[in-house]
Design a protein around this ligand. Structure first.
Ligand code: GDP
Length: 440
């Protein structure tokens, strides 16, 4: 996420941090580089200029040059301004009204249908809502089809009217249907066009008037940079929407859209899409995003994701097994599966402070676990539960069966043994032993 921008800002601020003595000249030089980094990220010229001006004013006001650690203070000022630029506060989705009607707007291909599904899934699982998805794209049967597939995947009902080509009517009927069928959230996916055009704007505006949504969200592809900002403006002029959804932030986006949109339309970014899968949705937190851009990681989100996957019952079972020395390869496998559920490896690494930068050139692929999984799958159930029965000839068979080498099997065995030992040590009063070990 925003690798290029992170890199450039890091370099800009590094110069400052590296300098023994900080003068007005190198503060100005740093800010010039910060501005260049923002422009390269496709941030609007005026916004970038305003940004550095604000940081400079703050720096002067706080007398940065005389503080103990001017470099760190400058980083903080940049971070605060980045947070501010992206909206400052976290703003969630309004869930008033019965039912709550959420209207999706945006261009074709922006990720509206995918996001409608993600939001439905999120509201169903996290807020225990009964959701109805509504397909209003009467021009492309494939679009309704896509929504139906998504609905099936997440177990959410989809409302569509085959043969009716009036989206205003469909959306009104859908709201009635929702009321009659105990749904408390209605998400209306509308038709988009490849570019802003009058017919589309009239249509969405008519739907908007007819259903009077509690929440109108504008979905935009973050890869489109400045164009994203222009489209946002056009939609906002017509709809006065409530919030923005930035999709495709998992791609190699430069960051311009995320950094400019709030200033231009004065509406908060509420959600981000970080992948094609239904769980690749995050509430947008400006401060955490600023941390990530500045390479400070995002430990809070990482912990939240871990908590989401945390299953107390499973954890208790695992603890018992460790205590009884019964931790086996099947448990190892299920640990790997839990980690995989937390998101793509690249995304996770980006949340660890410093790691994103350190590993930016390393090609982290999600197949990293494949070899390990193949090896474990090639073991017999007995071998998995009592790994110390795996002798040389068994290793040979396992390597052959999994298409790996004996060295790879050995390496996994070694990792497994280390992990088991560590887990054992962390149990009971072992925590103390561990502390003693660390203290030497
Ligand atoms: P719509 O025309 O606005 O409804 O857009 P779609 O929902 O059909 O999305 C267009 C394409 O973008 C599809 O191939 C989606 O899988 C993809 N897409 C949507 N959101 C994301 C995202 O957050 N990340 C990535 N990588 N792809 C996405």
């Amino acid at each position: 996420m925003f690798n290029n921008l992170s890199d450039k800002l890091d370099k800009a601020l590094h110069t400052l941090k590296g300098h023994g003595k900080i003068t007005e000249v190198n503060v100005a030089e740093t800010l010039k580089e910060v501005r260049r980094a923002l422009l390269d990220a496709d941030v609007n010229f005026k916004i970038a200029k305003e940004f550095t001006k604000k940081v400079q004013t703050e720096a002067l006001g706080q007398d940065v040059l005389t503080t103990l650690n001017p470099g760190q203070l400058m980083v903080k000022l940049v971070k605060d301004q980045l947070t501010e630029l992206m909206g400052g506060e976290t703003v969630g989705v309004h869930l008033g009204g019965s039912p709550t009607v959420i209207l999706m707007s945006g261009l074709q291909g922006s990720g509206k249908t995918t996001f409608s599904g993600k939001l439905a899934n999120y509201l169903k699982n996290k807020k225990s809502k009964q959701v109805l998805l509504v397909g209003c794209d009467v021009y492309r049967p494939a679009a309704i089809n896509q929504l139906q597939i998504v609905g099936e995947q997440i177990g959410v009902e989809v409302y569509a009217e085959v043969g009716n080509n009036n989206p205003v009517e469909i959306s009104q009927n859908a709201v009635k249907y929702a009321k009659a069928n105990g749904k408390n959230v209605v998400i209306i996916d509308t038709a988009g066009r490849l570019a802003v055009d009058k017919a589309m704007m009239t249509e969405i505006s008519d739907i908007h008037k007819a259903v009077n949504p509690q929440e109108t969200l504008f979905v935009v592809d973050s890869m489109t940079g400045q164009d994203a900002v222009n489209t946002a403006k056009a939609f906002n002029d017509i709809l006065n929407f409530d919030g923005v959804v930035l999709t495709k932030l998992d791609g190699d986006t430069r960051g311009g859209a995320a950094l400019s949109i709030k200033s231009v339309v004065n509406k908060p970014i509420k959600f981000i899409g970080t992948g094609e899968k239904m769980d690749a949705i995050d509430v947008f937190h400006p401060d955490r995003m600023a941390d990530r851009i500045l390479g400070m990681g995002d430990v809070i989100s990482l912990v939240e994701r871990a908590q989401d996957q945390y299953d107390e019952e499973e954890a208790r079972k695992l603890q018992k097994k460790i205590a009884k020395n019964q931790f086996g390869f099947d448990d190892f496998l299920s640990q790997i599966q839990q980690i995989k559920k937390m998101g793509s490896m690249k995304d996770l690494v980006g949340m660890i402070p410093g790691a994103g930068k350190a590993m930016k050139d390393v090609d982290i692929d999600d197949d990293a676990f494949k070899g390990i999984e193949a090896i474990i799958h090639s073991m017999t159930p007995d071998e998995r539960s009592t790994p110390n029965t795996i002798n040389a000839s068994r290793k040979k068979r396992i390597a052959k069966g999994s298409g790996t080498t004996i060295q790879e099997v050995n390496q996994l065995m070694k990792q497994f043994n280390q992990m088991s030992k560590m887990m054992k040590m962390m149990q009971g009063d072992g925590g103390k032993k561990m502390m003693q070990m660390m203290q030497g």
